[in-house]
Design a protein around this ligand. Structure first.
Ligand code: ZN
Length: 88
């Protein structure tokens, strides 16, 4: 799986008007699109990123495991994904 294409796929699925709005939001602010639900959130404190270090990981790749095929997700999706991974 090529993770670098995920954001592009979401972006390409937007309408021209939505793409224009997304360009402004992503270029001029600290916002980014969640790869799972496409919600726009602050990338630095409202998203979980693949390869990102979290103190609670204790040096494991717990975050990468929870994210699975997603490159980055919002807090809400992260909690949904972690529930899914823990319960199944
Ligand atoms: Zn999300």
């Amino acid at each position: 799986m090529d993770y670098s294409n995920i954001h592009e796929k979401i972006y390409n699925s937007l309408s021209k008007t939505e793409q224009k709005e997304a360009d402004i939001i992503i270029d001029d602010t600290n916002l980014n699109i969640c790869c799972r639900c496409t919600k726009i959130v602050r990338w630095f404190d409202e998203m979980y990123w693949k390869g990102e270090y979290h103190a609670k990981d204790n040096g494991t790749n717990h975050t990468n495991y929870i994210l699975g095929d997603y490159d980055s997700v919002c807090d809400e999706c992260y909690s949904i994904l972690s529930n899914q991974k823990i319960n199944h």
